[in-house]
Design a protein around this ligand. Structure first.
Ligand SMILES: [Zn+2]
Length: 801
């Protein structure tokens, strides 16, 4: 029906054809590992070129919104009116428009239902009714009530709701270059997010009787109409996120007078909605060099008790955004700090309740600043004037604003305060989620891929940049995804539990590893092991530059990465993104020959290597190649070194107390290629070399470079990197001869675990046994992210005492 279906069909038929080829040629050493992607990718056209860049006739639609809405807190209901201006920039004549009614995810009448009853509210219990003072009734309905759809003159328009999608029929066909203005009035009952799930809603705090609202997917929004898909109107069922159109927004939200509203865009009337003291702090914060509290903890805690009945209207404007979200609560402490990103001021801000105060006040806004600065280096300069992190016990992203988790423990007096402590897992989880969600500003908010079709295009690319950003926060940051060795457990799963990265969002079984970790790891392998940092970074930045404020597809990424780097990566896209193959390179045999024993002593070859002291590799928090390279790169300053206020108890703890075996040893890695020898020198040297003939087999299917660590009898080490193309003429077996000055004591493949080799038992000569599960347990790394330490005092409390 749509072009995408045709592409998917070609993909399948192409893979089948290749599988057929092998079957038809038993005994062949050729599958299709190094063949070009060919028809798997869509045919280039005038909208999208073969280089991966937007074509000369590239177009995309635009949609502007002017919205007024009111939050009825006692009834937990949102009522809104929007005026929508839709610009038809396509070459096509449109007879209808599709809008998304995401809140119907929670409707018991109009939900898309694919996920069964999980996404429908359960019956409201008697306890709920008394808890809300009888203000919600048993028949409370969820989902969007569309009250009116009319054109600019007020004439009613015909519309049809199909679950989470609404089709509005145009009174006249909308020609290319024309625009259409229409109005939608709507309302809905806000869902208790913490109880029923979903990305937006309210969280109730029984202790102080207040709510925290996260208003997301809260208004009828236009679907994307594109050159590659037509209307993207696949139903919203929960996993596959959003495909959205860029445009300008003006939003006025009326909320209880003591609420703080944090929103996409810039506030237009702070002087009217803030107290004189708050507004003075806001003005002072514009030029401050540190974090300033606009609304303090004392002020927020006082408002929790008084609960104003009056109302105020906040107004925000945002240009060139694909979505608009906001948070509202009287619980919010609000802080701000300006930061310069490539010559432009960005206001970094955070809002959080007292339950997160001591953690968010210290880290959140500075993590926001670190994130946009780091991402700007690897992609494009952050283009928006504001970047915000709100604590809402979840993790969800929108333009200029995101919602994160990370709450502290109670202090000695049983309250939340400046003295509240937190576990190391909570802190690292909080930093990780803030970096991740703020990072989503780039993927998909600016480099605007279709999340409903491809989760990996935003989550994978964003998780990769999150990884780079965490690594630059602190060289000891326990990253969750990125290093190749961390994906091994997933890659070694049986084939029937795996699907390729190139799988539609709704069809993924292992969502986290497939759409987040595996693409992240793949990009990291490209950067560290296959392309090199400089070449990779240039090409990745070019992809971001080409597709900023546009709608990229996977082929645009694959093509750009090759076009900008002069690396043929089709083998990598084919293996890592289109297949479920794993890397398992086996060192099968080692043969040794000494050419001469009476030759003169070899020249000093030390000048071709440099020694790098590294910590002894740990099993679960391995000192991987990225950490080593970052530590030895003099141009890098970690955030916790640049700003010592970011060092807390755990930073010192990690450095002072030997939690891990830090016995240093010398690792010799090749520095720069040696000066070429003259023919005479070569003849002399060859006479006294040791020759080693190594045979490797590819047991996992995935082709990868072969990385060989030689340990010589005198204890020194050397690493050889054999490019992946060694497998080109035989994808199954390779024999290669190496010449060494010194006699080799042992050989280890992939010593820094860069290739996600799923079986290290066949990686060494002489063979050694892998550590047992018991040893793995003993060598355990830091606490997992977000680990709650309830009832189990964290070590930070001891220091406070
Ligand atoms: Zn994400």
């Amino acid at each position: 029906m749509k072009q995408l279906t045709v592409i998917a069909f070609l993909l399948i038929s192409s893979i089948c054809a290749n599988a057929q080829d092998i079957k038809n040629n038993p005994g062949s050493n050729h599958g299709n590992k190094f063949e070009q992607l060919g028809t798997i990718l869509p045919t280039p056209n005038e909208y999208r070129t073969a280089s991966g860049a937007p074509g000369p006739k590239y177009w995309q639609q635009r949609c502007d919104y002017d919205i007024t809405c009111e939050l009825d807190e006692p009834n937990r209901r949102l009522t809104g009116r929007e005026t929508v201006t839709y610009y038809n920039n396509s070459p096509d004549i449109l007879t209808y428009l599709w809008l998304q009614l995401d809140e119907n995810e929670h409707s018991n009448i109009n939900n898309s239902g694919y996920q069964g009853s999980n996404f429908m509210p359960r019956q409201i219990s008697e306890a709920d009714i008394s808890r809300y003072g009888g203000k919600i009734d048993k028949d409370r309905e969820y989902g969007v009530n569309i009250q009116r759809v009319a054109d600019a003159t007020g004439k009613m328009l015909k519309y049809t709701v199909n679950k989470t999608m609404m089709r509005v029929e145009l009174p006249q066909p909308l020609k290319p270059g024309q625009q259409f203005i229409f109005k939608v009035d709507w309302n809905y009952n806000i869902i208790e997010r913490t109880k029923y799930g979903g990305r937006g809603g309210f969280e109730h705090f029984p202790e102080d009787g207040n709510d925290l609202y996260t208003m997301t997917q809260w208004f009828p929004r236009l679907c994307v109409y594109s050159d590659f898909q037509g209307w993207q109107n696949h139903q919203f069922v929960g996993s596959g996120e959003f495909a959205l159109v860029f445009g300008n927004y003006k939003v006025a939200m009326t909320v209880p007078a003591d609420h703080v509203v944090m929103s996409t865009g810039q506030g237009q009337n702070y002087q009217q909605v803030l107290s004189a003291a708050e507004f003075a702090r806001w003005q002072k914060a514009q030029t401050a060099t540190d974090v300033t509290e606009i609304v303090t903890l004392d002020e927020a805690t006082a408002k929790e008790k008084t609960k104003s009945k009056a109302k105020k209207t906040w107004i925000f404007k945002a240009d060139m955004v694909r979505d608009f979200a906001w948070g509202s609560s009287r619980k919010f402490v609000w802080d701000a700090m300006p930061t310069m990103v490539e010559g432009k001021k960005v206001m970094c801000m955070s809002a959080y309740g007292k339950e997160a105060y001591s953690l968010y006040r210290k880290f959140s806004t500075k993590a926001v600043a670190h994130t946009i600065k780091t991402y700007s280096k690897f992609t494009i300069p952050y283009p928006y004037p504001v970047a915000q992190s709100l604590e809402a016990a979840n993790g969800m992203e929108y333009p200029m604003i995101c919602f994160n988790f990370g709450r502290t423990e109670r202090d000695a007096s049983g309250n939340y305060s400046v003295n509240s402590t937190y576990s190391e897992g909570t802190k690292n989880g909080m930093l990780g989620v803030v970096i991740h969600e703020v990072g989503h500003n780039f993927f998909p908010m600016i480099i605007n891929s279709d999340e409903r079709q491809w989760t990996w295009m935003d989550e994978g690319l964003n998780s990769f940049c999150e990884y780079l950003t965490e690594e630059l926060w602190d060289n000891k940051f326990p990253v969750g995804k990125g290093p190749a060795y961390k994906i091994v457990d997933y890659m070694k799963l049986p084939k029937d539990q795996l699907e390729p990265i190139m799988t539609n969002s709704e069809n993924i079984i292992q969502f986290g590893p497939n759409a987040y970790s595996k693409p992240t790891t793949g990009l990291n392998i490209l950067r560290e092991t296959i392309m090199g940092r400089e070449n990779f970074d240039y090409a990745f930045k070019e992809y971001a530059r080409r597709w900023a404020f546009k709608h990229p597809t996977p082929a645009d990424l694959f093509r750009t990465m090759e076009d900008a780097s002069a690396e043929d990566l089709d083998w990598f896209w084919r293996g890592w993104f289109y297949s479920t193959d794993a890397c398992d390179i086996s060192l099968d045999t080692v043969k040794w020959a000494n050419l001469s024993t009476d030759a003169p002593a070899p020249p000093n070859t030390n000048s071709t290597t440099r020694k790098v002291p590294v910590a002894k590799p740990q099993l679960n928090n391995f000192d991987d190649i990225s950490k080593i390279r970052n530590r030895t790169d003099k141009s890098i300053t970690f955030a916790t070194d640049a700003d010592e206020s970011l060092r807390d108890f755990y930073w010192r703890y990690d450095r002072g107390i030997a939690k891990v075996d830090t016995t240093a040893f010398e690792l010799t890695i090749p520095a720069f290629p040696a000066e070429p020898y003259t023919e005479g020198e070569r003849f002399n040297i060859a006479g006294k070399k040791n020759l080693y003939e190594l045979t490797f087999s590819n047991k996992g299917g995935l082709v990868m470079p072969i990385i060989i660590e030689w340990t010589f009898k005198d204890g020194t080490k050397e690493i050889d990197r054999v490019p992946v193309y060694v497998w080109r003429k035989n994808e199954n077996k390779v024999t290669k001869t190496f010449m060494k000055d010194k006699e080799v004591a042992s050989i280890l493949l992939d010593p820094l675990r860069e290739t996600a080799d799923i079986n290290t038992a066949n990686n060494s000569w002489p063979a050694f046994t892998e550590p047992s599960k018991f040893q793995l347990f003993k060598a355990r790394g830091p606490a997992p992210r977000g680990t709650a330490n309830i009832g189990n005092p964290n070590p930070m409390q001891k220091e406070i005492k």
